[in-house]
Write a protein that binds this ligand. Structure first.
Ligand SMILES: O=C(O)[C@H](O)COP(=O)(O)O
Length: 248
């Protein structure tokens, strides 16, 4: 039996101000820093150790990983940064307030943009300052690989190859792995692992900064999964994420 730990980053400044974030590189809040440290503490207390870590190229996930590993006194663990673990690109919604957007377009439309499997939010114009073409961290990518918007299906299409080509072979080679990523890049991975339908994935919300353990069989099929933290607090945090896209 194998175990792998998934963790969404701690609260970011744009989680706090309830803005669509996507590929915008915002940092953690004080609360987010504390969530990351608490995640490291509970992992340590639960006896977890790691010998390989994966994260995105966005600082909220990278810093969450650093803080958790620091808390575990395991900052020597090799880290692979992969842009394909980035948050789902939120297109022209990036920077907008989720509640205000729901008040303008309706809760239903915002739910479609946030959670439907194959309807992307409105795309950025290529001339928009928010487009990542000139960002040095994506210098090795073609323009076709740099999204102007993404639905979850698009995110699945870039996340699953990281699993198949990199993470799964490492698990099979016996590496104990933690992945620090984002609400929707983790939803993409979990959809694939658990075989969740396009309809049911709408109801899956990942809370900030809570280690999620997956136990996998010899074929890397999930046996069971569980959060390490307090169950009531996690359920409340998941409900809060679901409610972020509703008009006040
Ligand atoms: O990109 C964002 O805004 C968040 O990280 C995830 O947002 P969501 O829960 O609204 O999809």
């Amino acid at each position: 039996m194998y175990k792998i730990v998934f963790m969404r980053h701690g609260e970011s400044t744009w989680n706090l101000s309830n803005r669509f974030t996507g590929w915008t590189d915002v940092d953690l809040t004080e609360k987010g820093i504390n969530e990351a440290k608490a995640a490291g503490k509970v992992l340590k207390e639960s006896g977890f150790t790691f010998d390989l870590a994966y994260t995105s190229v966005l600082k909220r996930a990278v810093r969450t990983l650093w803080l958790a590993l620091d808390e575990m006194d395991m900052m020597y663990v090799p880290i692979k940064n992969d842009w394909r673990l980035n948050e789902r690109h939120y297109g022209a919604l990036q920077g907008l307030d989720k509640g205000e957007t729901a008040a303008k377009y309706g809760d239903e439309q915002v739910l479609v943009w946030r959670r439907s499997y194959d309807t992307p939010p409105p795309a950025l114009e290529v001339s928009d300052d928010r487009v990542s073409y000139n960002d040095p961290r994506y210098a090795g990518l073609s323009k076709e690989q740099i999204p102007l918007t993404e639905c979850l299906k698009d995110t699945v299409a870039r996340v699953v190859p990281v699993w198949d080509e990199d993470i799964a072979p490492a698990i099979r080679a016996g590496k104990k792995i933690i992945i620090s990523a984002h609400g929707n890049s983790l939803r993409a991975l979990i959809k694939m692992l658990d075989g969740i339908s396009d309809n049911d994935i709408v109801g899956l919300n990942i809370p900030n900064g809570q280690p999620l353990v997956y136990e996998l069989d010899a074929d890397l099929k999930p046996i069971r999964h569980y959060y390490l933290g307090d169950a009531d607090a996690i359920a409340a945090a998941q409900a809060a994420v679901a409610n972020q896209g509703k008009a006040k």
